[in-house]
Design a binder for this molecule. Structure first.
Ligand SMILES: [Zn+2]
Length: 297
């Protein structure tokens, strides 16, 4: 993990963008551990996508969403269980219906507490935002697919299958061509591989590549990444290209029985050369580690 002290991961209700009619994004302003947050409205209900990290961020998101909803019923969903995406859900209890896919609910129940501890170790500013976190239980859990009717607008909630985490979920708003990917896609940074053996090895580079192909098949016009600037379908292609290159370069060296340390050094240098402007270089090493473990023997 990062050795420098991360800035305080505070969600600010600023520069809110209307991507389509009744569809807002609270941008993460490129602040680490702040996600892009969605607010999607219909005639009678409003869906919030992501909570921000911890109860204070979630309170700000809920207050904004409740005011925006202006009496419409509230729903909450999260793209996956990681702390900045889901560890504010407790605040929505009794105010919104919290709805997620089963694999994500299981991730939250099985690994939520361990991730809380791990993230508290990322420095005082992060630990402060995690004060008072209680791992929430979803109100509604679905298996693979759920169509949420907000009134004149149906939002598609789909379990992606294991990729960035075991329980990734993608949310699309077909009438607006908008897709919320969570951490399956980042803009302006290397793909986040939460590869923490022996504690968490659920991330799969190989499955992630096939998920990216499926997301591209859905042909969204607007892609809201987990972190970084909102973009078009090119964001999906960029992630797939990166993951395929990471796989190919890692496996080519694995085939020649080079040490994992050397593979990491060489592949990291190549990837930085390819994407010198991308942040999050520490995640390249984790990605190589994951793909080494996924190398077919
Ligand atoms: Zn994540």
């Amino acid at each position: 993990m990062s050795k420098f002290v991360l800035p305080e991961p505070v969600v600010r209700i600023e520069d809110v963008r209307e991507l389509a009619r009744d569809l807002l994004v609270i941008p993460n302003r490129r602040v680490p551990l702040v996600p892009n947050i969605g607010v999607v409205g219909g005639a009678h209900s409003v869906l919030v996508v992501e909570t921000g990290m911890g109860p204070r961020n979630a309170e700000a998101v809920l207050a904004f969403a409740a005011e925006y909803a202006a009496g419409r019923r509230l729903y909450l969903t999260t793209t996956h269980f990681h702390p900045e995406h889901a560890f504010g859900a407790q605040v929505f209890a009794g105010k919104a219906t919290f709805l997620v896919n089963r694999a994500q609910a299981e991730d939250l129940a099985a690994k939520g507490v361990a991730y809380l501890e791990m993230f508290r170790g990322l420095g005082e500013p992060v630990a402060r935002q995690l004060e008072g976190v209680e791992i929430a239980s979803p109100d509604v859990v679905y298996d693979d697919a759920y169509d949420l009717d907000l009134g004149g607008r149906v939002v598609r909630l789909r379990a992606a299958g294991r990729a960035h985490s075991r329980g990734d979920q993608v949310i699309t708003v077909p009438d607006a061509g908008v897709m919320f990917t969570g951490d399956l896609v980042e803009a302006g940074q290397f793909a986040i591989f939460p590869w923490f053996p022996p504690y968490d090895t659920d991330v799969s580079g190989i499955r992630w590549i096939s998920v990216m192909r499926r997301l591209a098949d859905a042909s969204p016009q607007v892609v809201v990444p987990g972190h970084g600037d909102v973009g078009g379908p090119q964001l999906l292609a960029d992630v797939r290209d990166y993951l395929e290159l990471l796989r190919d370069e890692t496996w080519a060296r694995r085939d020649s029985a080079v040490s994992e340390h050397t593979i990491v050094e060489e592949v990291r240098a190549l990837m930085i050369e390819r994407h010198p402007e991308w942040a999050g270089r520490e995640w390249i090493d984790k990605g190589v580690g994951c793909l080494c473990a996924e190398h077919p023997v």
